[in-house]
Design a protein around this ligand. Structure first.
Ligand code: NAD
Ligand code: UGA
Length: 481
């Protein structure tokens, strides 16, 4: 077991961190701690999680089986694992040995009780804070890495200070920092290695310096922003809300383009050239997915309502509503173009992850679109390079059909090992995730395997639509009139 580097009497902050524990070895904790370990060989980093299966996968000798797929992640893990990067279910020991504890646990939307459907469920944050309070030794810096409602640090401080007062001779002490994570899945390693900024909120300058010192091993100090706790917590929710707002805005305009003959890619290019707007995050598609945008905006809505700011709550709520509308609109238009019925028809679905270069399907638009099509009786052949059968089964709430096509009027689905397998006998190809390989499809070979008239619905506008047209397909592109 790791031993805490030094004993620090109360109120004397640790200035140089030698041992880190991160609670939560998920999509954020895993890549973030791997990069810290890679860039700071002098620090021992231990990731802990309650989920033994997940920890076993992080320790798997086969790096192709890590629980999180991210380009470049396996190389970083290969360099550090066993050296100064450790994965374990032994939470208590790792907390006791740590100078700094990151809380990187899940914070989903509450499902029941007060604020259900909007507020964040903070039970995992509270549980991990209590565990830190009980197990920590000496002085410990506790860092909020999870995305949290503004003023959560107050709760964490209350839990920690109760433990501090409970110890004989006050042998433990804590300070709390907010250090939200801005990485996007699919580009996590490059986002972590070259962040636009690192945000640290806190009220104890010594602790802020200790965390800034870690990042300064590879991040230019000018990019390390220091704020008070509440600004830091609120900036994270705000960043996600502003990003999601751009997607709902461009999808609203995309629908208008489809109705008027304008082309959303041309509109995006025209407006994105204005340096005040910028060109990124203007790709029309099936609406935003992923584990955070929806929950974080709903949390912002809840906070606005809580503080009596109803028009502000409604403003942000609309961003989420437009996103749901976009997904329903896509499923409806597929049915309508296929002569008003997809019952008994085979449809090839290309992509199930919420975006390219990740195995994550949380809140993927593919889930709601596929569910709507199954409800209409479609037979879906689903292809995704990184998402497995078990995940799709759990997301769709229905197992893969064992014997080919199901009954004519009941929706069914099957996994497809290749795009050519998926399109065999299909009436339509529906592209839902922008995987790079879908930009280079062999349209004559695909067309030859489909039933005519055959359709391409490119909901990401990433395929070679002209080649598909030449091969004889009817083509619908998101945002193109
Ligand atoms: P995740 O579900 O992949 O990982 C969270 C992990 O925490 C799980 O493996 C869970 O078993 C573990 N856990 C929960 N309670 C625990 C406890 N008491 N002790 C030990 N382990 C515990 O979630 P994630 O996607 O990594 O997100 C974590 C946080 O980071 C969320 O607040 C999220 O909003 C935020 N965030 C996520 C992203 C992203 O791209 N996924 C980006 C930035 C911020
Ligand atoms: C997003 C933010 O980009 C991160 O900064 C943030 O840290 C993270 O949420 C979080 O807090 O979890 P992520 O959800 O991983 O990251 O992925 P994004 O690249 O933001 O994509 C989100 C969704 O928007 C995806 O479904 C994507 O396909 C969609 N999108 C994105 C578009 O439809 N159009 C675009 O132009 C960009």
């Amino acid at each position: 077991m790791l031993l805490k580097s030094e004993f620090h009497p109360t109120f004397c902050p640790v200035m140089t961190v030698r041992t880190i524990c991160c609670i939560g070895a998920g999509y954020v904790g895993g890549p973030t701690m791997a990069v810290i370990a890679d860039r700071c060989p002098q620090i021992q980093v231990t990731l802990v999680d309650l989920n033994a299966e997940r920890i076993a996968a992080w320790n798997d000798a086969d790096l192709g089986r890590l629980p999180v797929y991210e380009p470049g992640l396996a190389d970083v893990v290969a360099r550090c694992r066993g050296r100064n990067l450790h994965f374990t279910t032994e939470v208590d020991g790792a907390i006791a040995a740590a100078d700094m504890v990151f809380l990187s646990v899940n914070t989903p939307t509450k499902r029941k009780g007060l604020g259900a459907g909007q507020a964040s469920d903070l039970r995992w944050i509270e549980a991990s804070a209590r565990q830190v309070a009980a197990q920590a030794r000496g002085h410990t810096i506790v860092v909020e890495k999870s995305t949290l409602p503004v003023r959560t640090a107050e709760t964490i401080q209350a839990i920690l200070s109760a433990a501090q007062q409970g110890t004989e001779g006050d042998t433990k002490s804590f300070s709390v920092l907010s250090n939200p994570e801005f990485l996007a899945e699919g580009t996590a390693i490059s986002d972590l290695e070259n962040p636009d900024r690192v945000l640290i909120g806190g009220d104890d300058p010594g602790s802020i310096d200790a965390l800034a010192e870690i990042y300064s091993n590879w991040v230019n100090p000018e990019r390390i922003l220091r704020t008070n706790l509440w600004s830091s917590e609120l900036s994270k929710l705000t960043a996600n809300a502003f990003l999601a707002q751009r997607i709902s805005s461009i999808n609203a305009i995309g629908a208008l383009c489809e109705a008027t003959g304008a082309d959303v890619k041309e509109v995006a290019r025209a407006i994105g050239s204005d340096s005040r707007l910028g060109s990124k995050f203007l790709a029309a598609g099936p609406g935003f997915g992923g584990s955070c945008f929806r929950k974080d905006i709903l949390n912002l809505v809840y906070l606005c309502r809580h503080y009596g700011l109803e028009p502000a709550a409604q403003y942000w709520e609309q961003v989420v509503e437009l996103n749901s509308w976009q997904q329903q609109r896509i499923a409806r238009l597929v049915v309508s173009r296929l002569f008003g019925t997809v019952s008994g028809k085979r449809l090839a679905v290309l992509g199930f992850a919420f975006k390219a270069d990740t195995n994550d399907t949380r809140e993927s638009p593919a889930i709601s679109i596929c569910r709507d099509l199954l409800e209409e009786g479609a037979h879906l052949a689903i292809h995704d390079p990184k998402v497995g059968v078990d995940q799709i089964t759990s997301d769709l709430g229905q197992g893969a059909s064992a014997s080919g096509l199901g009954l004519a009027d009941e929706g069914s689905w099957q996994p497809a090992a290749s795009v050519l397998e998926a399109v065999e006998g299909a009436d339509a190809v529906i592209v839902l995730t922008e995987w790079g390989q879908y930009a280079q499809l062999d349209w004559p070979a695909i067309a030859a395997r489909m039933r005519r008239p055959a359709w391409l619905f490119d909901v990401r506008a990433v395929t070679d639509a002209e080649a598909a047209r030449v091969a004889g397909l009817r083509v619908w592109l998101v945002g193109e009139g």
